[in-house]
Design a protein around this ligand. Structure first.
Ligand SMILES: CC(C)(COP(=O)(O)OP(=O)(O)OC[C@H]1O[C@@H](n2cnc3c(N)ncnc32)[C@H](O)[C@@H]1OP(=O)(O)O)[C@@H](O)C(=O)NCCC(=O)NCCS
Length: 142
């Protein structure tokens, strides 16, 4: 995978807010209101700051959110701007997030992919993620 060295991957800063909102709007166009980008950022920062930003010339070109609950690590909302895709940036962001989770003591990283987004499975497979025989369940409590 080709590297794009002009892109820096670093923790989220307050000044990234508009750029991250823009990125997530582009990458996840049919987002339900409870996943509205600005709301996601505020809710995440109220708990911890595990948001990674890929920046190129002060533009947010990629991002990922991670979480560690003391048992498992999770990745959420990985996105790369369309014009920056297929240059290895998604891989670099995930590797940074995985390293952060490892530093926190995490030994297993999970993620969910929507059934209508199956091509992302090929992306995660290149990183060694494998499909597991689990039933994914959820409960809305809002
Ligand atoms: C998924 C996503 C983050 C990948 O970012 P990226 O920077 O393009 O990924 P990379 O360049 O690091 O890809 C690495 C490898 O993954 C595989 N891959 C990446 N995108 C792929 C696709 N759309 N279809 C099939 N394989 C893909 C390829 O093997 C690729 O290597 P190659 O380009 O040498 O063939 C990007 O497509 C994206 O933002 N998608 C929209 C948002 C989304 O669906 N996010 C995931 C859900 S949480």
């Amino acid at each position: 995978v080709a590297e794009e060295p002009s892109v820096k991957i670093r923790p989220y800063r307050a000044t990234d807010r508009d750029g991250l909102v823009d990125l997530w709007r582009i990458a996840f166009p049919n987002t339900p209101p409870h996943n509205e980008p600005a709301r996601m950022i505020d809710a995440k920062l109220a708990v911890d700051d595990l948001i990674l930003i890929a920046e190129e010339s002060e533009i947010v070109v990629g991002a990922c959110m991670a979480g560690y609950d003391g048992h498992r690590g999770w990745l959420y909302a990985l996105a790369v701007r369309p014009e920056s895709r297929r240059k290895g940036l998604g891989v670099r962001i995930v590797l940074h997030a995985v390293e952060k989770l490892r530093e926190l003591g995490c030994i297993k990283v999970n993620l969910q992919i929507r059934a209508d987004n199956a091509e992302v499975e090929a992306f995660y497979q290149t990183l060694g993620f494998a499909r597991e025989d689990r039933i994914s369940m959820g409960l809305r409590i809002d």
